[in-house]
Design a protein around this ligand. Structure first.
Ligand SMILES: Cc1cc2nc3c(=O)[nH]c(=O)nc-3n(C[C@H](O)[C@H](O)[C@H](O)COP(=O)(O)O)c2cc1C
Length: 195
């Protein structure tokens, strides 16, 4: 029997039960209904220090900072699908999300300096979904964060395949009152679970 697709769902908001958390839950439910195996990481509950730019990873591809990022690296390499959720903070990603991304410099080294294969998911295609919300409504609200997520996905060999963006969502849980958002999240999860 074919192994299930593995979805790694990463919650980047410091607010548990907030808007991006609810959207990510919808995505996970959709992906499970589509047959995927789902692993949920909540960055605010992990111990992840910022990148020190010590350049020690340049020789080995391994980060010398011994914290939760060591096993998160392995999860990122193993996943077939990635759903990354972060609200907009000062026009960018949350600090928790950006710290996790910056610590992937060691994986950038594996790929671009050591020229070794990065994914360990047995050659299955890799797709990524970016989920975000912001309290305001500007037309360019998601652009800076999207640029960062795109280069992050590209570095890790995930195709940027889908996005879920909602403007004007500020209060905790406000997304639950949006007419379609949680259904859209469920459908995005189902799409992600497809080959
Ligand atoms: C530190 C901070 C910075 C924020 N910066 C922005 C911003 O630049 N633009 C915006 O539209 N909303 C901004 N917001 C509002 C959040 O994006 C909004 O409340 C969002 O719904 C939070 O999502 P969450 O519930 O998933 O944490 C900011 C909120 C905080 C706490």
């Amino acid at each position: 029997m074919e192994e299930k697709l593995k979805l790694l769902a990463i919650a980047g908001s410091p607010r548990r039960g907030g808007n991006t958390d609810l959207l990510l839950q919808g995505v996970m439910a959709g992906a499970k209904s589509g047959g995927a195996e789902v692993k949920h990481l909540v960055l605010s509950e992990l111990c992840i220090a910022p990148c020190r730019h010590c350049d020690k990873c340049i020789e080995t591809g391994r980060c010398v900072v011994e914290d939760d990022m060591q096993w998160v690296h392995a999860e990122l390499r193993e996943a077939d699908r990635l759903a990354l959720a972060s609200p907009i903070f000062f026009m960018g990603l949350t600090a928790q999300t950006k710290m996790m991304i910056d610590r992937c410099q060691a994986l950038w080294v594996v790929k671009h300096v050591l020229k070794l294969p990065l994914p360990t998911n047995r050659g299955r295609g890799r797709k990524g979904l970016f989920i975000s919300v912001g309290g305001t409504r500007g037309p360019k609200l998601f652009e800076p964060a999207k640029a960062t997520v795109k280069i992050f996905f590209k570095t890790l060999d995930f195709t940027y395949s889908d996005e879920l963006f909602f403007r004007g969502i500020d209060e905790k849980g406000a997304i639950a009152h949006h007419p379609t958002a949680l259904r859209e999240a469920f459908w995005a999860g189902q799409r992600l679970a497809q080959d």
